[in-house]
Design a protein around this ligand. Structure first.
Ligand code: MG
Length: 402
């Protein structure tokens, strides 16, 4: 009997770490850990990963302790992706590594921060958070004596670079002709593990943003109940929809216990999660049966194989569009994002004019705008706010509880 655990059984189209395309800087094997286990471990120990706890997902970090942050979002993506990977016999370690790293390049203050930084960098090559996530694991983490970055496997890096403009892809290919940017120029797909994390991200945020949206009071129940996906999640238990409604509402008949509200919501969200994951698995199995890829390289040449069925895809798009208009563009969210945008823009101006205000390892860079963008992108929400106050003397956000 062997004392070391072996990797769970993998399908022939799964990424097997023993056949990885390897790392940019060759290293001795990680045994008894698999190579993708080692990727995952390196990500968990990175500085950028720890900072995710103080970065905005939708709600700015100081708005409430119960809302998702980038860290808890990443953990939920990993949970969804990992449990689907197990059922599809895909590589769970690779899935987990990609999921935990997929948002490492996000700026403070969520999409508002990213849009602002992209605007500041317009004349200097722009700012894309997926590209930044790759930059974090390839260059910005400094933990090893022999190289910059975490030196992850090709497969992990390929999954982390989820999107990339053609222009940036071509620039990346100049330095690494067969690197993870290759598929954006030659229309290839990444591993099934990377495709799965991509959709697990959607499943996770659509589900948890309903929870955070209702909790914050910014989302209303009635319009949600008109969406087939959410309405179905409340079916089968007539009290579910009723129990979720604010008391006094037509949706809550007399006799429904208000204390049950949260449990009702969680039950509906669990059903929503199961519907999405079950559909994803059934459709992906059907696609795999039809395409019958012989190995990972065949997967890379095939069209995307991890997918929802057409009806669920349509339902999910409808839900996403509702969340976009009702939550992400809610006046109260937009108000805080306007403040966030000015923090990022003011910081960019301050550091480019006065590089000595940054730590020594950022101010000496040959490409100052990029070094400033890297420094700002790495900040947590609260560090960015404090720096902004120190450099401008202004307070961007109203004090909490004030
Ligand atoms: Mg995400």
């Amino acid at each position: 009997m062997t004392l070391e655990p072996t990797e769970p059984e993998l399908a022939r189209w799964a990424a097997d770490s023993r056949r990885s395309r390897g790392r940019r800087h060759p290293e001795p094997p990680a045994a008894p850990r698999g190579e993708h286990q080692r990727d995952r471990d390196r990500i968990v120990h990175s500085t950028a990963f720890r900072r995710l706890v103080y970065k905005t997902q939708v709600f700015v970090n100081h708005e409430g302790d119960l809302f998702r942050t980038r860290l808890t979002h990443s953990l939920e993506v990993a949970q969804v992706a990992r449990s689907a990977a197990r059922r599809l016999h895909l590589n769970e370690d690779l899935v987990e590594a990609i999921a935990l790293a997929h948002d490492l390049g996000h700026t403070p203050f969520g999409h508002a921060g990213q849009d602002a930084l992209h605007g500041c960098m317009a004349a200097f090559g722009g700012f894309e958070h997926n590209l930044q996530s790759l930059r974090v694991v390839d260059e910005l983490e400094q933990r090893y004596l022999g190289f910059d970055g975490l030196n992850l496997t090709f497969e992990a890096r390929e999954g982390i670079l989820k999107h990339c403009s053609r222009r940036n892809a071509k620039r990346l290919l100049n330095g690494e002709p067969t690197g993870p940017a290759w598929r954006f120029v030659h229309d290839g797909q990444p591993t099934l593990e990377a495709q799965l994390v991509n959709l697990a991200d959607e499943v996770a945020y659509c589900t948890h943003d309903i929870d955070d949206g209702l909790r914050s009071g910014l989302l209303e129940l009635e319009p949600l109940l008109r969406l087939p996906l959410f309405a179905r999640a409340c079916e089968g238990d007539p009290r579910a929809a009723a129990g979720l409604a604010p008391s006094g509402s037509a949706f809550r008949p007399a006799g429904v216990d208000a204390r049950a509200d949260r449990r009702m919501l969680y039950q509906a969200l669990r059903r929503l999660l199961s519907t999405l994951i079950d559909d994803l698995i059934a459709q992906t199995r059907a696609n795999l049966r039809a395409a019958d890829p012989q190995d990972v390289e065949a997967v890379r040449r095939s069209p995307g194989l991890v997918a929802f069925s057409a009806p669920i895809r349509a339902n999910l798009d409808e839900l996403k569009s509702h969340l976009f208009h009702a939550l992400y563009r809610h006046p109260q969210v937009v108000e805080t994002t306007a403040a966030a945008r000015s923090v990022v823009t003011d910081l960019f101006t301050a550091y480019t004019q006065r590089p000595h205000e940054m730590p020594a390892d950022h101010r000496g860079a040959a490409d100052l705008p990029r070094a400033v963008a890297d420094y700002i992108a790495g900040m947590t929400d609260r560090f960015a706010s404090r720096e902004h106050q120190r450099l401008t003397g202004r307070q961007a956000f109203a004090p909490v509880g004030g």
